[in-house]
Design a protein around this ligand. Structure first.
Ligand SMILES: Cc1ncc(COP(=O)(O)O)c(C=O)c1O
Length: 434
C-alpha cells in the first residue's frame, strides 16, 4: 500500500510514468478480418440488404442468438434504433416517457421524434435512474419508462420493471452503452418491451455508425420494421418479410397494417463489419471485465469516496467504474492530483463544461425547441400534460455527477495499467481523504 506517499502535485513521483493509451473498445480491435468482410461486400457490388442473403440478416440472426431474444433489426444508429423501438411499443403524440437525467441527448431526442414528451428523472448512486423519483414523475399521460444502462453498468432494472408493471407502462431499454451487458442472468434489453444497441465509434463493438433494435414481441417487431423503412412493404416481399425468432429464419405474413416510417436501413457493409465485431464481443467483454476486476481488487479501503452502486456486478460490461467522492471540491482536488499521478479523470458534471450526457446541457430540450415553430410536441393539442424543465430540476443528479470520477477500461489498456490506476487512487485518497 502506498500510504501518504508524497503526491505528484507536491513534487512526489507519479504512480504512472508511461502514459496510459487512449482507447475505445470496438474500433481498437479492428483488423484484417473487418477489412476483408467489408471488401467482400464492396467487391460484390451488392450493398442493399433486401437484394440477397444479406449480411444484415446474418448479423441480426447472430445477435438474436447472442442475446437470446426473438427479434432483432439492424439499423443506421442507436438513435434510429431507439426511435423504432419507441414507435414499436406505441409511443407517440400525447404521451409522456420518463427518461434519466444522465443519458446521451439522443435518448430524449428519440422520444421527441415519436411525438411524445420526455419527462426527466433523477439518478441515484447507481448512476442510473432513481426508481423512487421515476414513480414520482408518473402522470396520467405517462406511457413508457426509458431506462438507460450508462457506461456499461446495468441500471436498477427490477425496480423499474416492477414500477412499470404496477402502473401498466411500457419499458424501453437504452442499451447503447451496454452492448453485451446482462441483468440477473439475461441480456439487458430482453426483459422489457423493446431495446436498442448503438454500434457507433465509441461503443463496445462498432460499425463506425450503426445500431440495432430488438424485442421479444412479434407485434412490436413488426412496428419496428415499418418504422425503419417506408418502402418496406413494397420491397421484394420474400426477403423483406423474412423474419427470425431465436436465430431461426422463417417467412411470415405481416399481421399489422403498414404505416410509413423513415429510412433507417443499415448498409450491407455495416452488416458485414458488424458480424466480425459481434464475433469479437465476448473477447472485449472478457478483457474489460478483467481490467475492472484488477482495478477493484487493488483498491485500499476508501477514506473519502464510495463506489458506484452496481445492481448486478456479474452483468456489468466492465467498461467503467464510478468513484463517488464526498463533495465537489474534493472531486476537483482528486481529479487534479490524479492527473499528476498519470490518470486523466474528471468529475462527470462540471458546471463549466457542457456534457451531452447530462440533462442540464440539453439546451434545446430545456427550452422546448423542436424542428417545428408550433412548439410540437409540447404544445401539440393532443398533449394535455404540463411538463416543465429547468437546469436545476434534478439536483441529486447534478450533485452525484459533480462528485463522481469515472475510470474507464478499454482494449488498449493492460491489467497492470488498471492496477496502477487503482494505486494512484489509493495514493490520492490516502493524502486528500478525510
Ligand atoms: C446512452 C446512449 N443512447 C443513445 C445513443 C445514440 O447512439 P448513436 O450515436 O448510435 O445514434 C448513444 C450514443 O452515444 C448513447 O450513448
Amino acid at each position: 500500500m502506498i500510504a501518504k506517499d508524497k503526491l505528484a502535485i507536491d513534487g512526489g513521483t507519479p504512480v504512472i510514468t508511461d502514459p496510459i493509451p487512449y482507447g475505445v473498445s470496438g474500433p481498437s480491435i479492428i483488423d484484417e478480418e473487418e477489412v476483408e468482410a467489408a471488401s467482400k461486400v464492396l467487391l460484390s457490388q451488392n450493398l442493399f440488404r433486401y437484394d440477397s442473403d444479406s449480411e444484415c440478416h446474418q448479423f441480426e440472426k447472430e445477435a438474436a442468438e447472442f442475446l437470446g431474444v426473438g427479434y432483432t433489426l439492424m439499423l443506421t444508429s442507436g438513435t434510429s434504433a431507439l426511435i423504432c423501438a419507441m414507435k414499436g411499443v406505441g409511443l407517440g403524440p400525447g404521451d409522456e416517457a420518463i427518461v434519466s437525467g444522465y443519458t446521451y441527448i439522443a435518448t430524449p431526442a428519440a422520444i421527441i421524434a415519436t411525438g411524445a414528451v420526455p419527462v426527466i428523472a433523477e439518478i441515484d448512486d447507481s448512476l442510473g435512474m432513481d426508481p423512487v423519483d421515476v414513480e414520482h414523475k408518473i402522470t396520467p399521460h405517462t406511457k413508457a419508462i426509458v431506462v438507460t444502462h450508462m457506461r456499461g453498468v446495468p441500471a436498477r432494472l427490477d425496480e423499474i420493471l416492477a414500477i412499470a408493471k404496477r402502473h401498466k407502462l411500457k419499458v424501453v431499454e437504452d442499451c447503447c452503452q451496454c452492448v453485451g451487458g446482462q441483468y440477473k442472468g439475461e441480456s439487458v434489453g430482453t426483459k422489457s418491451d423493446a431495446a436498442a444497441w448503438s454500434l457507433n465509434y465509441f461503443k463496445t463493438i462498432s460499425t463506425g455508425e450503426g445500431g440495432m433494435a430488438y424485442t421479444n414481441d412479434r407485434d412490436v417487431y413488426e412496428r419496428i420494421l415499418y418504422s425503419s423503412d417506408p418502402g418496406l412493404p413494397m420491397w421484394n416481399v420474400d426477403l423483406a418479410r423474412r423474419d427470425h425468432a431465436q436465430g431461426q429464419f422463417y417467412d411470415v405474413e405481416y399481421q399489422l397494417e403498414s404505416f410509413p416510417g423513415e429510412t433507417y436501413r443499415a448498409s450491407e457493409i455495416s452488416g458485414a463489419v458488424g458480424r466480425v465485431q459481434l464475433g469479437k464481443l465476448q473477447k472485449v467483454l472478457d478483457h474489460q471485465r478483467t481490467l475492472k476486476k484488477a482495478f477493484m481488487s487493488e483498491l485500499d479501503e476508501a477514506r473519502s469516496y464510495k463506489l458506484q452502486y452496481v445492481d448486478d456486478a456479474e452483468g456489468d460490461t466492465g467498461v467503467s467504474a464510478g468513484v463517488i467522492v464526498q463533495d465537489e471540491a474534493l472531486a476537483k482536488g482528486f481529479a487534479h492530483a490524479l492527473k499528476a499521478e498519470g490518470v486523466d479523470v474528471g468529475a462527470i458534471f462540471n458546471s463549466g463544461i457542457p456534457d451531452r450526457h447530462i440533462y442540464s446541457a440539453w439546451e434545446s430540450i430545456m427550452n422546448k425547441r423542436s424542428h417545428h415553430p408550433s412548439g410540437y410536441p409540447w404544445k401539440d393539442p393532443s398533449y394535455k400534460g404540463d411538463v416543465e424543465y429547468s437546469k436545476d430540476m434534478c439536483p441529486n443528479t447534478l450533485d452525484i455527477l459533480g462528485r463522481t470520477l469515472l475510470f474507464n477500461f478499454h482494449m488498449n489498456m493492460t491489467e497492470e495499467q488498471a492496477k496502477l490506476m487503482a494505486r494512484a487512487l489509493n495514493k490520492v485518497d490516502a493524502s486528500l481523504g478525510n
